[in-house]
Design a protein around this ligand. Structure first.
Ligand code: ARG
Length: 264
């Protein structure tokens, strides 16, 4: 009996050991605590660097066929390469990016994301790698001809963006029409459901290029810094990504990517 118990115990121990060892080779899951060490393991299974974005924001992140491409994607790929990690992109609603990074569902958020004081209460940001400014898209010959015409009109914004915050502050909650996707806001403008769209300048240019009869009103809003966000407690990954990003800025890689998408 004793002998049987000993064998059973040994079997259980062996099994538990094997299970642990097995786990190690599958490390590199975004939700796995070990992912933040950023080391490619001997098994050649690269740890995953998961990135939350909202891929309706040309030229930073958008679809080319089934693939998400753009400035943010290319920069993130170079960062992942430097860290020996495998980039995995999740396209989610913009207003879910910060909460899902905060909760640890995704390791970082990169989405032409502006650094602002309120967001800094919930997440940390990397070094800034680009800038943007809020502009107003209007219809040529439409109800808004100058910035002075906006008050009292229907303003389209993407939910929870800085455009949403600025518009709500400046023109009042009642004039805001929120959209999950910027493209839907632009479609609403084209179809005269709203009078203008407040959005970052580079995507604005792309929408105007793609839709006849639209134009951009330049504003004097502050220049915004785009950066990558991380959960407050994930300082280890933030530091690694930040070091990689700074190198990519210093050696001109970031500028080359931006120039490739935005005619200088
Ligand atoms: N820069 C603005 C913000 O941070 C808009 C970003 C929208 N990004 C996107 N991928 N839809 O609020």
């Amino acid at each position: 009996m004793k002998k049987f118990l000993a064998i059973a115990l040994a079997a259980v121990l062996l099994f538990a050991f094997a299970a642990c060892a097995g786990n190690k080779t599958t490390d590199g899951n975004a939700t796995d605590g070990n992912v933040t060490d950023g080391n490619a393991t001997a098994g050649d299974v690269k740890p995953v660097l998961s990135m939350a974005t909202e891929a309706g924001f040309m030229p930073y992140e958008y679809y080319e066929g089934d693939e998400i491409v753009g400035i943010d994607v290319e920069i993130a790929k170079l960062i992942a390469d430097k860290l020996g990690m495998e980039l995995e992109i999740a396209d989610i609603d913009f207003n879910q990016i910060i909460p899902s990074v905060q909760s640890g569902k995704y390791a970082m958020g990169m989405a032409g994301l502006t650094v602002d004081a309120t967001r800094l209460e919930s997440v940390n940001f990397s070094t800034s790698y680009a800038t943007g400014v809020q502009v107003v898209i209007v219809k040529d010959g439409g109800s808004v001809a100058t910035l002075d015409d906006i008050a009292g009109k229907k303003i389209g914004v993407q939910t929870s963006t800085t455009g949403d915050l600025i518009a709500s502050d400046e023109f009042g909650e009642e004039s805001i029409q929120r959209f999950e996707r910027t493209a839907d806001a632009v479609t609403a403008l084209v179809n005269d459901k709203i009078d203008c769209v407040i959005i970052d300048n580079e995507p604005a240019k792309k929408f105007v290029e793609a839709n006849e009869g639209l134009k951009i009103l330049e504003t004097t809003y502050a220049v915004e810094d785009y950066a990558i966000c991380f959960a407050k407690e994930n300082t280890e990954l933030l530091e690694k990504v930040d070091t990689a990003l700074k190198e990519l800025i210093a050696d001109g890689s970031v500028k080359a990517i931006i120039d490739k998408y935005i005619a200088a």
